[in-house]
Design a protein around this ligand. Structure first.
Ligand SMILES: *Cc1c(COP(=O)(O)O)cnc(C)c1O
Length: 376
């Protein structure tokens, strides 16, 4: 794991209190450009919950990226960063009536739903809106599946998109999410096929406004293992669209979150304590950092590379945070982390590829501050 020069220079130069996150805007831009290259005719919507730093949003907005938002605050943050309201997709299928009304007043036109009562709410509070129905996927191949909570069966989508017309809405498309940190490009095949079936059947029933297949996010970041590149996902998805839609190609949307920001970010942290395990026969050391689960490292299946520059041999460690909660263990022994034997309190370590899903998940448990971040 090599830390980019701009980031390591920044860490060497700055004497800010740790922990903090640095996001390389150039790396995020490179990620966006690679996505555009992989799927040139799609419209890409950054799912800002991954990292809503205003400078990151500004950079992406300048590049022509669109945005996927889950709340009115996220919508306002994007508009402040220079996004046009019509380029924002309100992608959360769970919205209060007054949140829909607020988004409508801000000029947001596109709304995702996955239940009939939500469709009725949208009809009342965002009259005339374009609606996209989220269908369920099985989440297979994803490190963090999302389908336990979201998505409806294809037959319901059909029924409700028909009903949308009666409600004065514009049935606009189908969306799905194959699960976060999705490692298998083939996971996109079934939902694309389902979407094509829905398009065909609804066209036969006189619906002419369907345009969008929103293939969601999920594109993975290389943490401690390699993952297929974005070009591999792009080729697979483009292929499924061609196979199942033929000459009648829809407009494809994507909603990447993790992919855009993840490997652009690096957290600098400090070792608070190192102590041997009291388990009989264990040669593990506990390494306690000034960041843990409650400081933003919530994603328990995501194994960030940990980089430190002490010389000499390494040995197995359990990594934990500093709070007084016994759940505040970042990586138990089963993760197989090894760190230098020379590591001691006061040393600094870098947690790499931590640009997504860290700042927004941090808490102030025990009075430790929220994870701060800055862009370079
Ligand atoms: C979280 C989320 C995303 C982004 O998912 P990633 O796995 O980070 O790419 C996209 N769309 C919706 C609706 C989401 O909730």
């Amino acid at each position: 794991m090599v830390i980019p020069r701009s980031v390591s220079d920044f860490f060497a130069r700055e004497s800010r209190e740790t922990p903090y996150l640095v996001v390389s805007l150039d790396k995020a831009e490179a990620n966006y450009r690679a996505l555009v290259e992989a799927m040139p005719v799609a419209l890409h919507h950054y799912a800002i919950k991954a990292n809503p730093h205003p400078e990151l949003l500004e950079r992406l907005a300048e590049l022509g990226c669109r945005f996927e938002c889950a709340s009115v605050t996220e919508i306002e943050t994007c508009i402040r960063a220079g996004a046009r309201a019509e380029d924002i997709l309100y992608g959360n299928p769970l919205k209060k009536a007054r949140e829909i009304a607020a988004a409508h007043a801000l000029g947001v036109r596109q709304y995702v739903f996955d239940a009939e009562l939500e469709l009725e709410k949208i009809a009342t509070h965002a009259p005339g809106a374009q609606v996209i129905c989220r269908i369920v996927t099985d989440g297979h191949g994803a490190v963090s599946p999302l389908s336990i909570k979201f998505g409806c069966p294809a037959d319901k989508a059909e029924q409700w998109l028909l009903r949308a017309v009666d409600l004065g809405l514009v049935p606009y498309g189908i969306s799905f999410h194959t699960g976060s940190q999705q490692l298998e490009p083939a996971s996109w095949e079934k939902p694309v096929a389902d979407a094509a079936g829905i398009f065909t059947r609804l066209k036969k029933r006189g619906i002419t406004t369907l345009r969008v297949v929103d293939v969601g996010g999920g594109f993975p970041v290389a943490y401690r293992s390699d993952v297929p590149g974005i070009d591999v996902f792009g080729t697979a998805i483009n292929g499924y669209i061609t196979n199942y839609f033929g000459a009648d190609a829809p407009l494809v949307y994507t909603e990447p979150g993790r992919y855009m920001a993840g490997d652009a970010g690096y957290i600098l942290a400090e070792v608070v304590m190192v102590s041997p395990s009291h388990e009989p026969g264990s040669d593990h050391r506990w390494v306690y950092l000034d960041i843990g689960r409650y400081g933003g490292l919530v994603e328990e299946k995501i194994d960030y590379p940990v980089v430190c520059d002490q010389a000499g041999g390494t040995g197995p460690v359990i990594l934990a945070g500093q709070t007084c909660d016994s759940n505040d263990v970042i990586y138990p022994a089963s993760f197989g982390y090894e760190l230098p034997m020379a590591l001691k309190p006061g040393d600094r370590v870098v947690l790499a590829h931590t640009g997504a899903y860290t700042t927004t998940y941090s808490t102030t448990l025990n009075g430790f501050p929220l994870l701060s971040s800055l862009c370079i």
